[in-house]
Design a protein around this ligand. Structure first.
Ligand code: NAG
Ligand code: MN
Length: 352
C-alpha cells in the first residue's frame, strides 16, 4: 500500500491534467466564432481609438505625420504629378465635429447650390489639402422625395467633406409609376458611377437617413459594413442581428463578388435582407461601428405598401445569387445630368 500511494497520485494527476487540457481545448473550439464581435473588437474600434488621439493631436503633428507617410508612399502609388504634390490624407480626418445637430429646414436647392462653390460638376468633391484615401460613390435610390433631397444634401456635403473623402453623390431616380425597385436602382447607381470614375467602394444610402455623428466615417470597408445601426425612430436599437438596410457600404470588389443586389424585389422590403444573405453566403461578414457612432435621424414619410412576395423571394434567394444581379439587370438610362450638388441618373427598370 505504501509503495502504491505515490504511483496512484502520479496517475491521478496525469489523468486530471489530461481531462483539464481536453476540456480547455474543446471549450476553445466549441465556442461559436462570432465574426461580428471579432470585427468590433479588432478592426472597428480603431477609428474610435484614433479619434480620441486625434482630439489631442495638434494640426502640426497631423502635418508632420502626413509628410512622413507620403515620402514612404511615393513611387509605389500612382505617379501623376498632382498626387505627388499632395500628401495622403491622415487615416482619421482632423476636422470632425463629433455629434451633430440635424437641421430639417434646409434652404432650397437653388440657394444650396450657391453655397457650394467647392463642388465640381456632378457634385464631385476631393479634398484640396491632401490626397483622399477613399474614392466613394454615395448611391441613393430615389423617387418623389424632393422634400428630403435638399435636407439630405444640406446635411451630407459638409459631413463628407470634413471626412476628407473623394466622393460624389448619385441620385438614381426610377422613371414611371411602377413598383419601386430599390435594389435595382442601387445596381444601376453602382454600374453607372463606375463608368464615370474609378471608385473604391459604394455607400448605398436611403435619402431619409441622416447621420448624427461625423465620426461615422463613410470610408471603404474591409468587410461589408452596415452603417445605420441606431435609428431614432427605432429607439436607437438594432432591430435584428443581420439587418443590412438603410445605409450600407461595400467595396467594388465585394459588390461584384456577390453579383450586386437581386433585381427581383419590386415594392417595399426584402432586398436588403437578400443582400445580407449574399454577403454571408460568399464568405464575408457584416461589420459595424459602435452603436453610439452609427446613429441616424430618419425623416418622416408615408410608408410604402410592403411587397407580399418578399418572404418567398428571400427564402429561395440563394438559388438566384449567381443569375440574378448585376450580370442580369435590364435597364435604360433616360438621362444623366451632372448637376451642381449631385449626379442625377433617370432610369427605366425592366424585369429580368
Ligand atoms: C437651419 O437651416 C436654415 C437654413 O439654412 C437656417 O435658416 C436655420 O437657422 C437653421 N436652424 C438651426 C436650428 O440651425
Ligand atoms: Mn424610409
Amino acid at each position: 500500500m505504501t509503495v502504491c500511494r505515490p504511483k496512484l497520485w502520479k496517475y491521478l494527476s496525469i489523468t486530471l491534467s489530461f481531462v483539464l487540457a481536453a476540456q480547455l481545448l474543446s471549450g476553445a473550439f466549441s465556442r461559436k466564432f462570432d465574426p461580428l464581435a471579432y470585427v468590433m473588437s479588432v478592426h472597428q474600434r480603431i477609428p474610435w481609438k484614433i479619434w480620441n488621439e486625434s482630439l489631442q493631436a495638434s494640426s502640426e503633428t497631423y502635418q508632420m505625420g502626413n509628410g512622413a507617410e507620403t515620402s514612404a508612399q511615393e513611387g509605389t502609388q500612382d505617379s501623376s504629378l498632382l498626387s505627388k504634390e499632395k500628401p495622403l490624407c491622415p487615416p482619421v480626418p482632423p476636422y470632425l465635429a463629433g455629434r451633430l445637430t440635424i437641421n430639417r429646414t434646409a434652404p432650397s436647392l437653388e440657394e444650396l447650390e450657391r453655397t457650394h462653390p467647392e463642388l465640381e460638376p456632378g457634385g464631385r468633391y476631393r479634398p484640396a489639402e491632401c490626397r483622399a484615401r477613399h474614392r466613394v460613390a454615395i448611391v441613393i435610390p430615389y423617387r418623389d422625395r424632393a422634400q428630403h433631397l435638399s435636407v439630405f444634401l444640406f446635411h451630407m456635403h459638409p459631413v463628407l467633406q470634413r471626412q476628407q473623402l473623394d466622393y460624389d453623390i448619385y441620385i438614381i431616380e426610377q422613371a414611371g409609376s411602377g413598383k419601386f425597385n430599390r435594389a435595382m436602382l442601387m445596381n444601376v447607381g453602382a454600374l453607372e458611377s463606375l463608368k464615370q470614375y474609378p471608385y473604391d467602394c459604394f455607400i448605398f444610402h436611403d435619402i431619409d437617413l441622416l447621420p448624427e455623428d461625423d465620426r461615422n466615417l463613410y470610408t471603404c470597408p474591409e468587410q461589408p459594413r452596415h452603417m445605420s445601426i441606431a435609428v431614432d425612430t427605432l429607439n436607437y436599437k438594432l432591430p435584428y442581428e443581420n439587418i443590412f438596410g438603410g445605409v450600407s457600404a461595400l467595396t467594388v470588389d465585394q459588390f461584384k463578388q456577390v453579383n450586386g443586389f437581386s433585381n427581383s424585389f419590386w415594392g417595399w422590403g426584402g432586398e436588403d435582407d437578400d443582400m445580407s444573405h449574399r454577403v454571408r453566403y460568399y464568405g464575408f461578414f457584416l461589420s459595424r461601428y459602435p452603436a453610439h457612432i452609427g446613429r441616424y435621424t430618419m425623416l418622416s414619410h408615408n410608408k410604402d405598401a410592403p411587397n407580399p412576395e418578399r418572404f418567398d423571394k428571400l427564402y429561395n434567394g440563394e438559388k438566384r445569387f449567381k443569375t440574378d444581379g448585376i450580370n442580369s439587370i435590364k435597364y435604360k438610362v433616360l438621362d444623366i445630368q451632372l448637376r451642381r450638388l449631385f449626379t442625377w441618373v433617370h432610369v427605366e427598370l425592366y424585369p429580368s
